[in-house]
Write a protein of this length. Structure first.
Length: 106
């Protein structure tokens, strides 16, 4: 149950970032995984694939940073560090297009 809530939260953040970038497709996501997050990396990867199905990050590559130590400030967290979007077709400079990468801030 806790795992599902974590992944719902991640999906919500990814979808929000995608919407803010014109519905762009996510090609890569970077996540920090705390030592006390009740998930290990293989389980997180499996849950990620299922949670992102049908959304803007469905085919994204997940990069996981393992946060060492139970005394780390985010030891019990799964943090979306950043997402990278698929590049849009070339546009004229100054067209107001959003940047191809965005970070939710931790």
């Amino acid at each position: 149950m806790h795992e599902e809530a974590l992944l719902r939260d991640l999906r919500s953040k990814v979808e929000e970032l995608s919407r803010a970038n014109g519905g762009a497709t996510v090609v890569r996501a970077q996540v920090a995984l705390g030592a006390l997050a009740h998930l290990d990396e293989p389980r997180l990867r499996a849950l990620w694939a299922r949670a992102m199905a049908g959304g803007p990050a469905e085919s994204s590559r997940l990069e996981v940073e393992l946060l060492a130590g139970t005394d780390h400030p985010h030891a019990s967290s799964v943090i979306l560090r950043s997402v990278t979007f698929a590049e849009a077709p070339a546009r004229r400079e100054g067209s107001g297009d959003p940047p191809p990468s965005s970070s939710p801030g931790g």
